[in-house]
Design a binder for this molecule. Sequence first.
Ligand code: SF4
Length: 340
Amino acid sequence: MNNKTDYQIMNSVYSFSELSSIIELTNAEISAIEKRIRITPYVLEMIKNGNPQIRKQFIPFKEKNTISFKDDYLQETHYSPIDNLVHRYKNKAIYVSTNQCACYCQFCTRQRITQNHHPYNENLGQVLDYLCCHKEISDLLITGGDPLILDNARIIRILDAVSSLKQIKVIRIGTRIPITLPMRIDADLLNALGKYNNLYINIHINHISELTTESKRAIISLANTGIPLGSQTVLLAGINNNEDALRELFNELVSIKVKPYYLYQCDKVKGCEEYVASVLEGIRIINSLNNTMSGFAIPKFVVDTPELGKMVLAPCSITGISDENISLASTHGRCTYSLI
Ligand code: SF4
């Protein structure tokens, strides 16, 4: 870690009482006081400057009388043969490398882990043993919490260990650090990450206002080490659930060497009740963008289901299928395509 990162971590806001001494909280925010917060000074500055899209992501609120979702909607615990490892798909696994993040996103699908007060049970050896016994796993997603909040020595220890397993062809890191703590992406970390040939990084970003000068510098410096970068975005009610906001974001991402990879339907997880947008709206937005933007800038719109895992919903031009033809639609019109 460097001095700027240390400063951000040491001066982060962890409690509502501290937060309310810095900014005036709304009634809706005070109603959500039971949730846990963690906000870096860097992100807090954007909130203080009046950025509603950032504020809603990191300060919880309760506006509507909504139903309450479940803690572990995706049944990750059920798919965890050991602590910190989720093995849902045959060839892929998720390693939860920490329960810490620079900031707590209030729509986090894993908030049962990031927002609880339990200490993290470090068990990398056990995870490696499991991977060795399951040679069918070739793709490992290292997530958390946020893996890049860990110190460099631990990140290197994890990556060295995982990349020494011949069966692992793809290592992916999912991170929000370039957005919430961009000063963490420094020369030492870049040197550490740059030596793994099969490492991919997916950056979690939801709105163009998250792409500040600092975060762009962090992202471009990651790209310039040669690490392929993708993005994942969560469709969030009142934050980015409109075509213009997502067009702007995806266009900007491709201009800084990031391939928009997934747009997620927000999971129906306890604590996310205020954030879930209409799934039909997501389909409509992605199909519309698909007709008006470079295909390279279009992420897949996916929904995670407890039964079948990730399902792709859009882009999709098919509106109907019969024995003779398929019906297709775009913003330019409709047609049928004969199957015979
Ligand atoms: S950074 Fe990722 S893991 Fe951490 S709170 Fe945000 S969404 Fe959840």
